[in-house]
Design a protein around this ligand. Structure first.
Ligand SMILES: C[S@@+](CC[C@H](N)C(=O)[O-])C[C@H]1O[C@@H](n2cnc3c(N)ncnc32)[C@H](O)[C@@H]1O
Length: 232
């Protein structure tokens, strides 16, 4: 019975797509060893030791390997390990794990984040990933970045929260943001967002989902993908 339910689920389009991605990842798994070999292991261990007893939520990123594994999947899912060199901007780049892997596939990378967490700055240095320090705010354009990008990405997005009330951006904020991002994309450039769920487990309101779709995105649960940039 359980098997039938599993097979039945796999034939649903969403489960099918997720299952297919998982299968591809495990068949053609990117090896971690060559990536680890590019990292100064002594410095990595020193960082890990220093944060071992730190109770802050971000301290988990000091243990590099699991995050490289997760980001290896992100790179594979976007097929960026098989692509010709691209210019990639990652918003809310954190410690730069995703961009570090991309750099090793000859992509040219730039992160953007606030400068609140010292560990992220240390990891970015360890990985040799450049970052622009900037706070993304509703209805405010990004800074001039002196280049256009083939890809703009953002994973586990939380720049869309108003502080301190943690209210999320609505459609007007996102529409402004998409229009601004388009300024930083080459024609036909791509945007990918991996959204975070709210406390009820939803990723967006029905109105926001509609907005993403009307601007040309494929929406697959938390994955919002503009294959040819947003449409206005
Ligand atoms: C949950 S972490 C995800 C980090 C990374 N993208 C990943 O998936 O590993 C969210 C990141 O967004 C950054 N961030 C939060 N609010 C931001 C804002 N308003 N502008 C820029 N970055 C922001 C945080 O500093 C943090 O690095």
């Amino acid at each position: 019975m359980k098997l039938f339910r599993k097979i039945g689920k796999f034939t649903e389009p969403l489960s099918y797509r997720r299952g297919w991605r998982r299968a591809q990842r495990s068949i053609f798994r990117l090896p971690l060893r060559p990536l680890l070999a590019k990292i100064d292991q002594e410095r990595a261990r020193e960082i890990q030791r220093r944060y071992a007893n730190c109770t802050a939520g971000y301290a988990k990123y000091a243990n590099i390997e699991p995050w490289l594994r997760l980001n290896r999947e992100r790179v594979q899912d976007l097929n960026l390990h098989r692509s010709t060199p691209k210019r990639v901007l990652d918003l809310g780049c954190g410690g730069g794990f995703f961009l570090f892997i991309l750099k090793n596939f000859d992509h040219s990378v730039l992160g953007l984040d606030v400068e609140r967490v010292v560990l992220f700055t240390e990891l970015l240095e360890l990985f040799g990933v450049p970052r622009v320090v900037w706070r993304i705010s509703a209805f405010e354009p990004l800074p001039e970045l002196d280049q256009k990008f083939d890809w703009i990405t953002a994973f586990s997005v939380n720049f869309n929260l108003y502080h301190p009330e943690k209210r999320r951006w609505g459609t007007a904020e996102w529409d402004f943001f998409l229009q601004d991002l388009q300024r930083h994309l080459v024609p036909g450039g791509k945007i990918f967002f991996g959204l975070n769920p709210n406390y009820e487990g939803d990723y967006y309101t029905p109105e926001l989902r509609e907005l993403f779709i009307s601007r040309g995105a494929d929406v697959e649960r938390e994955r919002i993908f503009f294959r040819k940039g947003p449409r206005f």
